[in-house]
Design a protein around this ligand. Sequence first.
Ligand code: DX5
Ligand code: ZN
Length: 227
Amino acid sequence: MYLIAPSILSADFSRLGDAVALAEQGQADMIHVDVMDGHFVPSITFGEKLVSDLHEKTSLPLNVHLMVDNPEKLIPAFLEAGADWLSFHLEVTAHAHRLLQLIRQTGRKAGLAINPATPIDLLSQVLEELDYVIIMAVNPGWGGQKFIPATRNKIRSLSRLIADRKLPVLIAVDGGIKVDNLATLFEFGMNIAICGSSVYAAEDPVATIKKMKTIASEFNQRIAAKE
Ligand code: DX5
Ligand code: ZN
């Protein structure tokens, strides 16, 4: 499965509803919402109210990425607000297993995000509890950074691990993704492309999402042809 998730971090925060409407027009698969707390990462962005307001406005699933310390304190509020996909960082908690179960109990998709320096081996014991992994391809905290090349091997290794264990875990990649490197990353095993500045800093965000969707569709067709 190959999906496109525009990240509204790079949109104009005074017009977030419009940014979501553009993603709808481009037929994006979901909206990525970056929650930053000023502790785990220096910036502060969105709270649960934005998620509940967007949840009212759009039928697109909301993929909420918690870049926060103490995620256990915030997860219930974001579930309540309507996060359809909810991820937190492995680096900040000793209780990943319990928190993933908590998210799944509500029927939502549970994800773990890992920083560039965090090895995928650390996911091994919780793979069964996961619906998706977010591999950070940049250091978390800012949009518009350069893709870290070593990420490609991480994607491939995780993809193999998931295939070996025959699990339905999806691989999302976050940071530095553009139209130009999208196909290569799908080849390496990425399923969900999280794209911020390449979409919202583009002259035509709708056309950019459509281009990305066309590439994703080609990969989806390849899979369908194999089955
Ligand atoms: C970065 C965020 C990303 C961000 C990616 O910490 O988690 O979701 O929006 O931005 P780009 O696509 O510009 O690298
Ligand atoms: Zn993100």
